[in-house]
Design a protein. Sequence first.
Length: 385
Amino acid sequence: MSCFHSLDPEGLTKVAIASPTCSRTPLPLLGEQNIDPYWLDRHLEAKSHIPSLGGYSFARGCAGPHGFILTPGRQIVESPDVVVSRWLKDRIEEQIAACDENSAVFRALRGGGENVRFPGTLVHAIKPGWQVYGHWLVDILPALWMYRRLQIHRPMLCNGAKILLPRGIPNWALSLAEMAVNLHEEECVFFDEQRELMHPEMLIVPSLLRIENGFSEIFNDLIQNCVRRFGHLRNGHPRRIFVYRGSRGSFMPRHVVNEEDLVRAAVEFGFVAVDPAALPWPEQVALFAGAEAIIGPFGSGMHNTIFSSHRAVSLVLTNSNMNWIQSGISALRQQTMSYLWPDDENHDANQHTYRYDLERFKDKVREMVAFLEAKREQETYITSA
């Protein structure tokens, strides 16, 4: 029997405040004539059907690990705006088949875990990867923001509710949630998601705004709110940025081994190396909001292009293990982008390393600069006509 349950368990109700739609289609890749047609197709497929959005209320639901809702029969409630991706579902099913006792999900589905009763309503907005900034940016903050929308549209449902978060959540994540969606620690209840199963009187699960690699256009409202509040901090930030990891990169799961060579080449075209993680978050928003061109390795740092305007162009240093979220971000923001694949990849248990051909990199940067200049000339012509 599947460990997933379709959307019909007793006591579960969907609260819709936005109608079904489709995410935007990505613009064609810059320099597509030099890219394998297979990858061009994958890029253009980074779109999704977006179901009605809002959230779910579950009178008999249990809050489990990874933001999952469990039924009384210990199955995971399945819906595209709750379960993060097909990939995650496959991983969970593999853990079940392997009887992986190290998996909190396996233990929960097989009757393990400490059952904790909570006298009230809990909001389960956490998702997998809550230790990683990029997951907060594309999944968790939007879900919390959707809950704020539910508070406006369905105040009686949300009255007195507490936000359920994992114990040990990083301080930077709490600070981020406070700045982005005005979440304060006194609103929260913390639990051990590896050990505890929370049983509130009512469970609310707000919708994700990302379905696989496609994003709901509602996400633009959250983005514009952040840009409006923090965009004034962009003064003094460079317009062309290389998302730089520096010495941090050698300790990260993904590492560009010739990053310094790429930075030196990018500087020749007017780019400045910036480590966004070294900046306060409002300045990160301002940095990307004011950028006209962004280069960087696939990952959390480049996901910040979600704050860039439709005028921006980006080059993602990609790899064989990436998903197509960056294409989905470019579609949401209607940005032009391109990818550069590595010449050499090495994968071991602790780190994946990548090396990019320097001349091919320079060619891609020249494409970006030429695109910007052509766009500027076109806008000048339209203005003067």
